[in-house]
Design a protein around this ligand. Structure first.
Ligand SMILES: [Fe+2]
Ligand SMILES: [Fe+2]
Length: 155
């Protein structure tokens, strides 16, 4: 599996979590509810961004340079981190909801740019073989079995 496909799959799961947070903002005034949901979001978003920064961005840099899309993506990762940090410190429910709203909007726009611009560039410049090898590194870091040993097979 190509790394870009794995990352698109992670986006798909995160969209479900974004929707859950959006619903939570709308229906709950319980600070603990929202905090719990935000900490799950933080755990997933931070590990997702780390995989992109460790596996994808350095390999793309020789082809597209540090500026342009990579600079935008890195800046947005930083802004997402800052909003997560601010959310962790916030004790007022209305202010926390507003921070989470900003965070969801930023993360959604960021994901869309990656899907429509950056991953497309990666596929164009790096090619299938390199992306598949990077997909294996992704599987190892996420502890996912990509090539099974046939343990489900019947004899
Ligand atoms: Fe990203
Ligand atoms: Fe991403």
């Amino acid at each position: 599996m190509k790394l870009t496909d794995a990352l698109r799959g992670e986006h798909a799961v995160l969209y479900e979590l974004f929707a859950y947070l959006d619903e939570t903002i709308g229906r709950s005034d319980d600070l603990r509810d929202l905090r719990g949901a935000v900490s799950v979001l933080e755990r997933l978003l931070v590990s997702h961004a780390r995989i992109e920064e460790d596996l994808l961005f350095p390999r793309l840099e020789p082809h597209i340079g540090q500026m342009g899309p990579l600079a935008v993506m890195r800046t947005e990762h930083g802004r997402i981190d800052d909003l997560l940090e601010a959310a962790r410190q916030e004790n007022d429910i209305a202010a926390l909801k507003s921070l989470v709203g900003q965070l969801l909007q930023l993360a959604y726009g960021h994901f869309r740019k990656e899907e429509s611009v950056l991953f497309d560039m990666a596929e164009r410049f790096l090619g299938g073989a390199a992306l598949t090898e990077m997909g294996e590194q992704w599987a190892a870091s996420r502890n996912v079995i990509v090539k099974g040993q046939g343990c489900m097979a019947t004899h």
